[in-house]
Design a protein around this ligand. Sequence first.
Ligand SMILES: [Zn+2]
Ligand SMILES: [Zn+2]
Length: 506
Amino acid sequence: MAHSESKELKQADHLIRKGKINEALKIVLELEKRDDISPQELLSIKVLKAKCLYMSGNFLDALKSAADIFQESQKQGDLLASFDALTIQAFAYMMSGSLSQSADIINQAEEIFKIIKQSFTIDLRRRESFFVRIKASIHYFKGEIQRSLELNKKSYELAKEISDKPSMAASLNNIADKYLHLKEYDKAILYAKEAVKIKYEPSLAYPLSTLIQIYINIGNVKDAKVYLDQFRELIKKPDIKGFKYLYRLDQALILKSSMRARDRIKSEDIFKELATDNTIPIEQRYESIINLCDLFLIELRITNDPEIIDEIQPYIQELLNLAESQHLYVILAETYLLQAKLYLLIVDIKKAKRFLTQAQKIAERFEQKELAEKIVNEQSNLINQSDIWEKLKEMGAPMEERIKLAHLNEHIEEIVKYRTMLPAFVTEEKVAIHKEKNICLVCRGEVLRFSYICECGAIYCDNCARALTNLENVCWVCDTPIDYLKPVKPYKEDVEEINLNLKGKK
Ligand SMILES: [Zn+2]
Ligand SMILES: [Zn+2]
């Protein structure tokens, strides 16, 4: 009979529930080697192994393992193992930032779950709790925070009924995190503290980190430090040291909130280190880079030194690469918007306009209505204020004033506080982008039927080519006219005037 669990397997499962993942993994690896087990038993062993892998943060191995289980389970017609394999894959994909894959797989799992519910009489609550929690996270990444909150609560109730500690702790922390995003700080603190109370060590780092971030957000650095101390103790344990990056991020956030320059420099160093570390999860890298930009802007205001804008560039580039490789188009558009504003500070109107166009086209292409509207707004602001910008440059106005006019502070603050990572989700058909495919230079979308290919090799989708024809009518790479029948309208006036102003000053 399938799913009869051996004594060892039960023991391994018990160890996982107690948070002793490494010990459980050892047993499972031993079991896997034995030659007196049936193919069905081997499948159960492998499921537990994949579970240990994802629970210890080893998502790539968990993915490999789960793919293997899925194939084997299909052969054996083992629906439960198929469902387990899919949920583990969906979770691991989500944790490693591949959101669209995760969503696809969870849909597949949902179909199987319907069949299982009809044909099995076993207790499915543990599986359902995990499944519902992954779904909750997918809604969260789509920007549907309320829906995510409801589902996380459902996941928690299911886990609580069967005293499934790992799942209880995870759902509670997710609930706290959602309340943090909704700025309902009292509730956020309440749920995060409940999650800490469960004391499930393998994932205890999450609620501690959530608490630190809530307290920083409400300006209570004292309490934030209390939890940072607890976090420091926790990562001393060998099983937990994988969470060091999260501890470092929280530490940097606390240092950044300090008024002392020395602390800010320390936090800058940590953010720089995390920003360029490609072994840590994408969300934390993103947060590090955004915080770094924020620090650079503070420095820019104080020192008035425009060279700082150049210093930010490699990090912005990193952010763009990250967003593009992960198909996070909202972040991509937001980052171009940020770029536009940075160039506005040094009154490079041509670049500012181009980055704004790019941000707008990306937002339109990936159907981010709200963002597209926001960018259109910025564009009309820029047109209305271009005289003021030129005057500021002419007068050599301090950066402080320029940052204010660009509303740069608000923009960064928004990104930092609400972590715009969230609504970054795009469905698979919109992200079917591979290297071999043609990508539009402007909107970063796939060029399907109609396109414009410049003699220099730059590719524009039909939509962007038309938009550019009406704007500058030149290729962004080589400056050749796009439509020879139409006049070329480079952002000449702006550039010339600025040059004149500069000469005048000298
Ligand atoms: Zn395009
Ligand atoms: Zn060209």
